[in-house]
Design a protein. Sequence first.
Length: 334
Amino acid sequence: MHQRRQILAGLACTAAAAALGSKRSLGGYSVLSQTRFKSVRPAPAERRFVSEAVEAKIIEVKRAIADPELGWLFENCFPNTLDTTVTFGTRDQRPDTFVITGDIKAMWLRDSTAQITPYLPLARTDKKLNDLIAGVINRQTLCILIDRYANAFDFGAKACPWGVNDKPPLKPELCERKWEIDSLCYPVRLAHAYWKTTGDTSCFHSDWRQASSLIVKTFREQQRLHGPGPYSFQRTTNNPIDTPPFEGRGNPTRPRGTHSLGLSPLGRCLPLPLLDSCESLCSGGPQATGGNFLAGAGGQVFCRRVPGAGTRSNSSTLQIRHGPACQTRNGLCL
């Protein structure tokens, strides 16, 4: 696993080098380079999924990279998700793909989107790869229907022993039940990108529409305009950043239209559980932020983070951010 992380750490550099599109072909890699940079991919028979489009892209990009080590990194990193983390099949006559995060045998909604997104452009010409990605969307839909507040699922594999005593008790399919807003944003991101890339709507069935409605419902609940909502999370631990205070609901806040998060995307307790006011502009309009924004020229908005429990701002919590104003319909950002 340490070796895999070292390889993944170089992926950004590899992609940047490929984007530069060096015209120097590496068809003539030296014998020394071939000996030094051997493939560490699983043997072909041991790879969990093989895409002809991905294999062709590896050859194409590697030839365009002048540095042998960067070419080696790309060759090993780009297919790693397909080689080692996916389980592809069917469920209810639909494509179904389970994607483990790598070092833990469980599927995170956020991570699975990030892991599979680099292959989207190749799905246009590879039906098998197209079905694999549709299967991820179908599995994410299933996960949200099981528990819209959960962030990770192992479907009975018991991959997260640290959470066995969490409260409330976990459903059998769950690995962790940490409410993190990105866990619901990333499936939406993948579904939209998949549709824009392929034009395929087969995975947008009644279950997907129901899951989408649950996402909106969850966001509404966690604005906490009418009370704390149904979610709580408690873990027996000596580390205070691993469990929110106040019976697992997080520090108290005033209703401001922003979403309340007891836990950050890294799964750590947030002492100030409100998201930036910029986000609330898309949820309830400028009035929902309690005046914690400044309008700028050209439709730009400057937002500041507030504690949400009485004070407007102070030196430890003030954070100026810049972002575009968003159009809304029924309180949702378009």
